[in-house]
Each structure stands twice: as C-alpha cells, then as structure tokens.
Design a protein around this ligand. Sequence first.
Ligand code: UD1
Ligand code: CA
Length: 504
Amino acid sequence: MSPQERSASSAGEPAVAAVVVLAAGQGTRMRSATPKVLHELGGRSLLGHVLAAAEPLAAGTTIVVVGSGRDQVEAHLAEVAPAALPVVQEEQRGSGHAAVVALDAVPDLEGAVLLVNGDAPLLRPETVTALVAEHARAGNALTVLTAEVEDPTGLGRIVRDASGAVTAIVEERDATPEQRAIREINAGVYVGDAAALRDGLSRIGADNDQGELYVTDVLGLLVADGARVGGTPAEDPDDVLGCNDRRELAARRRTLNDRVLDRLMRDGVTVVDPGTTWVDVTVTVGNDTVLEPGTQLRGATTIASGAVVGPDTTLVDCTVEAGASVVRSHCLEAVIGPEAVVGPFSYLRPGTRLARGSKVGAFVETKNVEVGEGSKVPHLSYVGDATIGLGANIGAATVFVNYDGVTKHRTTIGDHARIGSDSMLVAPVTVGDGAYTAAGSVITKDVPPGAMGVARATQRNVGGWVLRRRPGTPAAEAAAAAERLTDAPENTGAHDDDEGRPSR
Ligand code: UD1
Ligand code: CA
C-alpha cells in the first residue's frame, strides 16, 4: 500500500461514498443478444470484474446504471452483487446522461463518487484505490484515470496545457488532428465530488458528433470554473483497456489469463504451456502442482499442493486435494481427495466425492457418489447415486442402474466388496461388506455381507451347431480342423459350479 492509500483509508471511513457503474449502453459492436457487460472472461462478466475492482473501496452505495438488456443485467446483479442498486436509464442518451440518472437516484449523497464504465474488465483494485487516494490527496473536484497507449484509436484523448494540467477530454470523433495525435487516453474511470459532478452534469450538452451527453464534458466545465481537476496515469496501462467487440473480448481474456498464470507461477505452480492453460480469477492452486497443457480451471475450483492436472482437462467448481492427479477428464462440482487418481477420459459430475487414494479410470462417468478410501472404479462404468465403502473394486462395465424412468434410487456398496465385470446394480440395492457379485449379473436384491450374488442365465453349449448351421464358413472350417486335431468329445452343455462360474 502506498502512503496515499494508507492515509485515504486510515480514517476508517469508506474512501468513496458511492460507486456508480455505467452499464446501460447497447454494446452494438458485440453483435450479441447478450448485453455487452454480461459477456464473460476469466470467470466473471465484464460487469463482475468492474464491481470486483471497486469492492475494496467498501462504498456504502453501489449503483449500476442499466438499460439495454436490463432484465438480464438486473438478474445477473441479483446473483453476483445483490447489494448493488440497479437504476434504469430508459433511453441511452450517452454516458453523461447515465451518470445523471445514477446521481438522481441518490439525491442526498455527498462526498467522493467513483464513476466507472462497465466495460473495463482489466481494472484492478489497486488501480482504483490509487486513483481514489490521489483524488483525496490532491483535493480535486474531479480526477480521471488515464493511460499512455500505443494505439489510442476510438478513445477519448486527455488534453493538457503547457503546464501539464488536464484541461479537457475530447472524443476521437470530435478531436482535431493535433488532439488525435495524443496518446494519453481517458480510461473511463473517474472520481468526483458528488456536488461538483451534479453541477457539471447539469450543464453538459449534446453538441458533439454523436449528439449524446458525454460524462467527459464535465471535466472541461469544471476546469473553466477554476475547480481542481487531475489526470492520473494507471501504473499498468492494460488496466484501462475497454472491451467493445469480440476481438477485444478475446484480447482482454488473454491478458487477464496471463495475469492469473503469472501469479500462479510466482506462487510455485508449474504451468507447462501458458498458451493453452486457462484459469479463472476465482481459482486457487497450491504450490508444486503441475498444470499440463490444455487445462482449464473454472469457477470455484481449488487445487491443493503437489497435484497434477491435465493434459486436456476441464475442472469446473471442483476441489482437488494434495497429490491427486486428473488426466484428460471433464469434472463438474467434484471433490477429488488426496492422492486420488482420475482419468484418462473420466467424466465426474456434481456430487462426486472421491476419498483418499481412490481411483476413477477410463471411460467412467460418476454422479452424486461417494467413493471410499482406496476404492477403484477402473474402467467403462456408470456410477450414479451411490455410496461405495473402502477398498472396494467395481469391475469393468458395471452400471449403477439408478433411474427407474421416474425416480432416482441409491446403491450402497460395502467395504472391500468386489463387483464383477458387467454387473447391473439395480437400485435401490445394497451389496454388503466383503460381498461379491458374479460377472454379468443383474443384481436386483441385496447381497448380504460376504455372499456372492449371482444373477445370470446358466450357460448351455449346443455342440456341433456351427458345422450344422454354418457349413462352409471359415468358422466351420476352423471348428472342423480343431476337432480333427484334438479329437475332442463334443460339448453337450455344462452346469455352473457352486461359485457361479460355468464349468467347461
Ligand atoms: C468512453 C469515453 C471515452 C473513453 C472510453 C474508455 C465517453 C463519452 N467516452 O467511450 O472517453 O476513452 O469510454 O473505454 O464516455 N453508457 C450508458 N448509457 C449510455 C451510454 C453509455 O450507461 O447512454 C455506458 C456504457 O455501457 C459504457 C460506458 O457508458 O459502459 C461508456 O460508453 P461507451 O459507449 O462504451 O463509450 P466509449 O465510446 O467506449
Ligand atoms: Ca467503451
């Protein structure tokens, strides 16, 4: 924290009385049915990133000006920032008009107000805090965040006088050729005194190329009044980049992702291929974890130390504990315990909880299941609505038949049980501790502890069938040759032995 930030917050008072996010614009250039500020990057909407950047200010009031797609934006706000107050701008008459509508909703508000465009997803809390601190330190009526950029195309230019003092913000379409050559731009982030803002906004006109009311015009009016106005460059110019079309959205997403990966790598995470690894801002990863290429970590995902994730793995809202590995898999709301092994090609659905050292292998789908310590579901299975004890093994191609077409039912598998390959476990059903099921069984009744559940037809071999019914085929020739060689007696059928194995 800089000395300025410390002094701004040391009083214990909120550094600003209100945060106002301008988010009513149409975002025409997105060419989308979704309002621009709801487009997503790095695990939050554009609007969500802006709100997160302002959050440490702990303002008593947060207003979001909504208009285009207001129902969608309001619903989103109710979810991500229920304390924020949506204020409707019925007609989108410009950013200045949006600011008027916001301040009219809080007529008694006094003190500093942060005004911020809703489409600045790379804005960081430290940048906002520094701007607010500088505004207070300088005793300004209005302070605007600026940046020197390589390509200022389309942005408002910061005009300064010979002494370096900011005198105006000029939109590109209204700028003179000399003004267009300026590379210091308006970030669309302002801190202003509420009274000064109200006064300035009451006097702006729409005498510009778009015929809109520009919030930026307030600055020139306040300068003309002799008020103190400042322009503070952002420490990282990336912070100020807006997002107006899908190309910019992709570019902002890339920058945001690079920032997240930089942070993870500094914290001791190995990122094998930053180019193909995507991590939301909300994710945490412990040190000595390896993220292999093609990994996507989304939402509330948390990964402990010493895990391996990827290649080609997507985790959404998952918890991965220390030393676990998840390879080429897709997992949603799953908890993967310490030292557990998942994949390749596993699909873990919500409610999956894998205990320490358990395993879910290739082509296995799980849902709403607890797999006990050291238990294994190694191959080709569906496991839904079940509790599996410790040290159990679920044979290949087992299906937990949890759905009767109307209702879901649970299956319980005891400790150290052995489920034979290709078992159908028709829920509700319980296989007791240490019990077995025979391969290929359709288990519809509980299997008591230690018992072998067998539920399949007895095998019958029809001797000589191929020679009689498929004469002249390669199979018949092979059978005839085998008979000649071994002179084997014809098989006439067999009985299962008492362990459910067919006799030969
Ligand atoms: C704006 C600034 C420009 C700055 C740029 C930074 C103005 C006039 N210009 O330009 O100086 O360099 O941001 O990215 O403000 N909005 C409303 N209601 C409206 C119109 C806009 O709420 O009637 C909101 C938009 O949702 C957006 C913000 O105001 O969040 C700015 O509007 P936008 O049209 O994106 O302005 P820019 O042309 O990007
Ligand atoms: Ca914009």
